[in-house]
Write a new protein. Structure first.
Length: 256
């Protein structure tokens, strides 16, 4: 069985479900690129790296991908040095740095000059991803344009995408409540696809998910609260209110 997240991974910007603001901004960058730095912030599984790769693919850019926890001073210097050479197709360089909030402090300080006119490489776009911003310096954040990935922002579109996947994979089996599935997974489509995989393997899994013990729940909440910045908390409260409303609208639409 092929992972549903891999099988249905979007390869172009217009094929992403939800994420309207991110799609609009990065589509504009694709159509009119300029030397710039972008910080894509959101929980794991919300599409940050996938969308960055889709942008690079559509631009036919030369990609420099720094994987999670590999971004140190030496890697930054080597990567930026490559960007001073003309890209192989005479186009653009795109540097994708995963989990930038976990880069070393030396790497973060090095980027300060690379992201402004002091030592910026030509025809280069930097795309940083991060789960949150607490570990990033204000000077670094101030050099980036921030796009927040708050899960699928189109509940009806997300439910339609999940219904499409289910129709192709489930061979006529009874469909779960996709609006409820989205809400229970905090509008994280990757988590929803994982749930559909489990449902295909063990029918009834979505209706009766494995319970999480109370101590584990408290631990998770305390761990999350310890790393979420004030700005992220405010954004998530606003997003939770918005999601509740779009879920109501999606269910009303489904009832006709």
């Amino acid at each position: 069985m092929v992972s549903l997240t891999e099988k249905y991974r979007p390869l172009t910007l217009d094929t992403f479900a939800g994420l309207g603001t991110a799609k609009t901004l990065l589509s504009a960058l694709r159509d009119n690129p300029w030397e710039s730095a972008w910080l894509l912030v959101g929980d794991s599984g919300t599409g940050k790296t996938t969308m960055a790769l889709a942008l690079a693919s559509e631009m036919k850019a030369e990609i420099h991908h720094i994987a999670s926890r590999q971004c140190d001073l030496e890697v930054v210097e080597k990567t930026v040095n490559k960007c001073h050479y003309t890209p192989w197709n005479n186009g653009w360089h795109i540097c994708i740095i995963d989990e930038a909030d976990q880069m070393t402090r030396a790497a973060q300080l090095c980027f300060l000059s690379k992201l402004d006119s002091t030592a910026r490489p030509p025809k280069t776009i930097f795309l940083f991803t991060a789960n949150e911003t607490k570990l990033l310096e204000k000077r670094f954040i101030g050099r980036c344009r921030i796009i927040r990935f708050l899960g699928c922002q189109d509940a009806a579109g997300g439910a339609a995408f999940l219904a499409h996947v289910w129709k192709l994979e489930a061979s006529g089996k009874p469909a779960p409540d996709f609006a409820d599935l989205l809400q229970r997974n905090e509008y994280n489509l990757r988590s929803c696809l994982h749930n559909l995989e489990m449902e295909l393997l063990a029918p009834g899994y979505i209706a009766k998910p494995e319970p999480v013990s109370e101590p584990e729940t408290r631990t998770r909440h305390h761990a999350a609260a310890s790393v979420v910045s004030i700005d992220d908390q405010k954004a998530r409260r606003q997003e939770a209110a918005r999601r509740a409303w779009v879920t109501i609208r999606a269910r009303r639409a489904a009832k006709g």
